[in-house]
Design a protein. Structure first.
Length: 225
């Protein structure tokens, strides 16, 4: 299992060929989720409180509504145990949802190029690619937070390229276009090519197409809230 996680970074095509013969996703998924939480949770309380402070400055009308509803004090005084629990459940739910929905989208995309394969094989490939987008992505963000001493402005998305607030519409939209997620999509595409005996450009077309579709949907939905 560890070798497979290394291969998704160093040689995705070879990993795809290995998973074609022996698909696996459940144990890798648990390990990837555990690593993601290990890299994320130490900074979760700090991130929460700093975001609340930034909310007071950039969205005072939202804070006022929360105060009028009697919710603001309970939010900012939430114990660390509660913050850690909410963060853990949020990441776990988002990860599980992403695994199955994204794998389904990838399978639909692959049907334009091949009738072979099944959902489990696609799920196996995509699960391993999340080692990059989730585990390594969380590690990179943790290192940046450690070096900067703050969680404010820490991002691996296209928002890095523009001086925009994370609370602005442009900032929220750009946050959906994660650069480490793009790396993971490239690795996923190469692994899909190996797993389904496709040309590399076909595997990349499917994986990058799904990455772009998800980014546009998430970015678009973020503008509604």
């Amino acid at each position: 299992m560890i070798r497979n996680l290394i291969l998704i970074v160093t040689d995705p095509s070879s990993l795809g060929k290995r998973l074609r013969e022996k698909p696996s996703w459940l144990l890798p998924a648990f390990l990837i989720l555990a690593l993601t939480l290990a890299f994320t949770l130490p900074y979760a309380p700090k991130a929460f409180h700093e975001s609340m402070e930034k909310l007071k400055v950039e969205k005072p009308e939202v804070v006022q509504r929360l105060k009028e509803a009697g919710r603001w004090e309970s939010m900012i005084n939430a114990p660390n145990k509660t913050i850690l629990m909410r963060t853990s459940l949020g990441i776990a739910f988002a990860y599980a949802f992403s695994l199955f929905v994204t794998s389904l989208l990838l399978l639909l995309g692959l049907r334009f190029f091949t009738p072979e394969g099944n959902f489990v094989r696609v799920l196996s490939v995509y699960t391993h690619s999340t080692f990059i987008s989730y585990s390594l992505g969380s590690l990179v963000k943790s290192l940046i937070i450690f070096l900067k001493g703050t969680t404010i402005g820490v991002s691996t998305s296209l928002a890095l390229l523009l001086p925009v607030s994370s609370f602005s519409k442009v900032g929220r939209f750009l946050q959906a276009f994660d650069l480490i997620g793009l790396w993971a999509a490239v690795a996923c595409g190469l692994a899909l090519a190996g797993a389904f005996n496709l040309r590399k450009k076909d595997g990349l077309s499917v994986a990058l197409g799904v990455w772009l579709l998800k980014a546009l949907l998430v970015g678009g939905l973020s503008l509604l809230f």
